[in-house]
Write a protein that binds this ligand. Structure first.
Ligand SMILES: Nc1ncnc2c1ncn2[C@@H]1O[C@H](COP(=O)(O)OP(=O)(O)OP(=O)(O)O)[C@@H](O)[C@H]1O
Ligand SMILES: [Mg+2]
Length: 401
C-alpha cells in the first residue's frame, strides 16, 4: 500500500488540527510560559485518534522545538531512561532551539508493577529544564495522582462526526475519490469520534476503486466483525493468562454459540500436542453440558461457566504456546447445519403436498417417507404421482435423487 493517509494528511501546522482549538491554545500558553509556571508539565488526555500526539509535533514545529520522544515503557528501566533523557533534560542545549520532552501514552504504565515508572517520570518533571508533555487516554487513575499534582491537564474532545466528515471530504477531493455523500457520512459517524480510524477506513475502502459507496461500507462491517473475532481467538489460543482470556469474547458481535464454533473449528490447528488438545476439548464439552442445562432449566447463570470454560479453560489447557502463525477460518459446521435445515424444510414442503392429496397429516407422511421414496423409484410412476400431487420439477428431482 502507498503511504498511509493518516501520515500524508497528518496536521503539520497547528491551524490544521480540527476541533481542538481550546486544547491547542492551552498547550501554546504552557509553552510560552515555561519555565515560569507552577505546574511544570502537561497531560494531554482524550479519546484515541483526536490529535494529541500530532498537536505536540505541529506546535513544536511552529515554535521551533526539537521533540525528544520517550515511550512510557522506557521508564521501566531506570538506566535506559537515564541514558535517553538524563543529560538532555537537565541542561539546555548549547546550540540552536529548545527541546520538548514528549512522553506518549502514559496509560502504558500499569498498576503496581510500574510504580517505579511513574515515580521516574515525576522526578524527571521536577528536574527538567525543558517542557514535559505527556499524553493519556485516561489520566484519572490512582496511579497517576502524583503526576496530576505536577501537571496541568488539557482535554482533547471526541471529534464531532460533521468535523470528521469535513476532513474526509477534503481528502477525497485531494485524492480524486468519488463518493456517495450518505456513505461518507455514515463512515464518519461510524468512527465514533476517532479521526485516525475514519481516515484509515477511507483509505482501505476507497483508494483502490477511487470510489466510496454503500457497498464499501458493508465490506467494512464484515471486516471489522471478522477482525474482532480473530483477535479474540488470539487472546484465547496464544496466551495462558486466564484473566486475559476470560474477557476475550467480550467485544465480539457473534453470540456465544457461534463463538464456540469458531473456537472448536480452529483449536486443532493451534494445539498440536495430544494432551493440550484433549484438555481443551474437555473444556468445550463441559461447556456444552452447561449449555444444555441452560436450555433445559433456563439457568442463565450458567452462562458464566460456559464463557469461562471456552475462554480461560481453553487458554490454560495448553502446555505451551504455539509460536507459529495460524490462519483461523470460520466454522464450516454452520453451513452444514444450514444445509441440513434446508433439506428438512424441503422434505416438509413435499410432505405437506402429499398429505393434502392423501388426506393424511404431514407428520404421517414424514414417518412413511421411506415408502414414498420407494414409490418414486420407477420413472413413469414418479411423473404420474408428481402430477397428481402437484410437485414441481425440483421437488420431483429431490424425491428421485
Ligand atoms: N484533530 C485532528 N485534526 C486533524 N487530524 C487529526 C486530528 N486528530 C487525529 N487526526 C489524524 O489522525 C492521526 C492520528 O492522530 P494522533 O496520533 O494525533 O491521535 P492521538 O490523539 O495521539 O491518538 P492516540 O490516543 O491513539 O495516541 C493523525 O495523523 C491525523 O491524520
Ligand atoms: Mg497519540
Amino acid at each position: 500500500m502507498a503511504i498511509p493517509w493518516i501520515r500524508k494528511y497528518c496536521p503539520k501546522e497547528p491551524h490544521e488540527i480540527v476541533g481542538q482549538e481550546q486544547a491547542v491554545k492551552d498547550i501554546r500558553s504552557y509553552l510560552d510560559a515555561f519555565p515560569g509556571i507552577r505546574k511544570k508539565a502537561l497531560i494531554l488526555y482524550g479519546p484515541p485518534g483526536t490529535g494529541k500526539t500530532s498537536s505536540v509535533y505541529a506546535l513544536a514545529k511552529e515554535l521551533d522545538y526539537e521533540v525528544l520522544e520517550v515511550n512510557a515503557s522506557d521508564f521501566r528501566n531506570k538506566q535506559q531512561i537515564q541514558e535517553k533523557l538524563g543529560v538532555a533534560s537537565q541542561q539546555k542545549s548549547l546550540f540552536g532551539g529548545s527541546k520538548l520532552i514528549l512522553v506518549d501514552e502514559i496509560d502504558g504504565l500499569s498498576g503496581n508493577k510500574d510504580r517505579g515508572g511513574v515515580a521516574a517520570i515525576s522526578k524527571m518533571i521536577e528536574g527538567s529544564a525543558f517542557p514535559v508533555i505527556m499524553t493519556a487516554g485516561n489520566p484519572w487513575g490512582n496511579k497517576f495522582s502524583s503526576l496530576r499534582r505536577k501537571a496541568g491537564l488539557v482535554q482533547f474532545l471526541e471529534l464531532d462526526h460533521n468535523r470528521i466528515f469535513g476532513v474526509l471530504r477534503d481528502i477525497c477531493s485531494k485524492e480524486g475519490i468519488r463518493f456517495e455523500e450518505h456513505a461518507l457520512k455514515a463512515l464518519a459517524r461510524r468512527a465514533g469520534g476517532d479521526l485516525r480510524a475514519a481516515v484509515n477506513d477511507l483509505q482501505l475502502l476507497a483508494s483502490d476503486k477511487g470510489l466510496l459507496d454503500r457497498q464499501s461500507l458493508d465490506e467494512l462491517g464484515d471486516r471489522n466483525r471478522i477482525e474482532t473475532m480473530l483477535s479474540a481467538l488470539v487472546k484465547i489460543f496464544k496466551n495462558s493468562d486466564p484473566l486475559i482470556a476470560v474477557h476475550a469474547l467480550d467485544s465480539v458481535e457473534e453470540n456465544l454459540d457461534e463463538s464456540i464454533l469458531w473456537i472448536d473449528e480452529n483449536l486443532p490447528k493451534e494445539y498440536k500436542d495430544p494432551g493440550s488438545l484433549a484438555r481443551a476439548y474437555d473444556c468445550l464439552s463441559r461447556a456444552d453440558v452447561f449449555r444444555r442445562r441452560i436450555r433445559r432449566w433456563q439457568h442463565w447463570r450458567f452462562l458464566v461457566y460456559v464463557n469461562a470454560l471456552v475462554t480461560a479453560g481453553v487458554a490454560v489447557s495448553k502446555n505451551e504456546r504455539n509460536r507459529d502463525y495460524v490462519k483461523y477460518t470460520p466454522t464450516k459446521r454452520i453451513l452444514k447445519l444450514w444445509r441440513a435445515k434446508m433439506k428438512y424444510q424441503k422434505r416438509k414442503a413435499i410432505a405437506l403436498k402429499i398429505a393434502e392429496s392423501t388426506h393424511s397429516s404431514s407428520r404421517r407422511v414424514m414417518k412413511d417417507w421411506f415408502f414414498y421414496k420407494e414409490m418414486f423409484r420407477e420413472k413413469d410412476t414418479a411423473q404420474h404421482l408428481a402430477d397428481e400431487w402437484d410437485l414441481d420439477k425440483d421437488e420431483l428431482r429431490w424425491l428421485t435423487g
